[in-house]
Design a binder for this molecule. Structure first.
Ligand SMILES: Cc1cc2nc3c(=O)[nH]c(=O)nc-3n(C[C@H](O)[C@H](O)[C@H](O)COP(=O)(O)OP(=O)(O)OC[C@H]3O[C@@H](n4cnc5c(N)ncnc54)[C@H](O)[C@@H]3O)c2cc1C
Ligand code: FES
Length: 279
């Protein structure tokens, strides 16, 4: 069992942080990589990015939103309990160097994925401007951790309850017009990554996004994580999850992510009924 040694509940009560004992993974994990977790014998395999790693303590940290049956089950796991399987590290690590001026954009729970990448860019000597977006203040996650590793932090909320009212792309546009960043990293909902990439393309700024297609084996065998990048089929689990945002077919990704929407909704409703019956 992979024991949960620390748990936090954040963002309107449906986003959870688990710090998990996994020394072998913690010793090897690099920014940008992810793990696949299974809660129990019959559980579904869920890919989640490592929001943090502590090789000395031998722990990895995941931050996830309980949106479906399996993530809802993950959310019920408490400190002292654990996951049956944690496989990783998987995927390619982020390409890091001193680009100069980096703009890091996190939307919703995508901020958890952005955190280790932004910190690594800062450690490489980049000047890091971070833009965080959420629906409202209560949906914002990891604000303090992002503040610590950023040279400047801009907060945007859709309803204006914290920081500036508006989308992260409004803040990005102002930065693109006033100073020329050398690299933009945008991680969050597909429409956000698409909007940010469309904008930076006009300014010719290299843009990295991290994709979250459906994943099954995570080893490049099943083809479940197919994405179209530069007109070619790529497997996000082994060739990604990071790709050039200017080359990604986001409409194709959005369509594939919706493919099992009906089944996921039914599974979540059945899961809730079973939980209600148990209490
Ligand atoms: C690489 C990757 C890895 C992931 N790993 C995890 C993980 O480890 N754990 C997890 O729970 N989830 C993960 N996800 C899932 C993903 O982050 C969430 O599904 C997504 O952020 C939606 O979250 P939300 O509902 O809070 O977004 P929303 O609240 O709907 O949106 C968040 C913000 O995005 C911006 N935005 C939204 N739409 C637009 C638009 N059209 N134009 C401009 N800006 C827009 C706004 O600022 C908005 O406030 C991952 C996603 C990616 C891309
Ligand atoms: S998840 Fe199976 S090939 Fe990527």
């Amino acid at each position: 069992m992979f024991e949960i040694v620390h748990k936090e509940t954040m963002s309107a009560g449906n986003v959870f942080l688990h710090e998990i004992k996994a020394p072998k993974i913690a010793a090897k994990a690099k920014p940008g990589q992810f793990v696949i977790l299974k809660a129990n014998e019959t559980g579904e395999r869920i890919p989640l990015t490592m929001a943090d790693v502590d090789p000395e303590k031998g722990t990895i940290t995941i931050v996830f939103m309980a949106i479906g049956k399996s993530t809802a089950l993950f959310g019920t796991l408490e400190k002292g309990q654990g996951y049956q399987d944690v496989i990783g590290p998987l995927g390619q690590e982020t390409h890091l160097e001193n680009f100069g001026k980096a703009v890091c954009i996190g939307g919703g729970t995508g901020t958890a994925v952005l955190h280790p990448i932004a910190r690594a860019l800062k450690n490489e000597g980049n000047h890091v401007t971070t833009i965080l977006g959420a629906r409202s203040e209560s949906h914002m996650i990891l604000k303090d951790r992002m503040d610590k590793i950023s040279d400047s932090l801009i907060i945007c909320t859709d309803d204006g309850s914290a920081g500036r009212k508006g989308f992260v792309t409004d803040a990005l546009k102002e930065i693109l017009e006033t100073e020329k960043p050398d690299i933009v990293v945008a991680i969050g909902p597909v429409p956000m990554m698409k909007a940010a990439s469309d904008m930076t393309r006009q300014y010719g700024i290299k843009t990295i996004v991290s994709l979250n297609p459906i994943m099954i084996d995570g080893t490049g065998m099943c083809g479940g994580c197919r994405v179209t990048v530069g007109g070619k089929t790529r497997f996000a689990c082994v060739e990604g999850p990071e790709f050039d945002g200017h080359e990604v077919d986001f409409d194709d990704l959005a369509k594939r992510l919706r493919a099992y929407g009906k089944e996921e909704k039914e599974a979540l409703e059945k899961h809730k009924c079973n939980l209600d019956a148990a209490v």
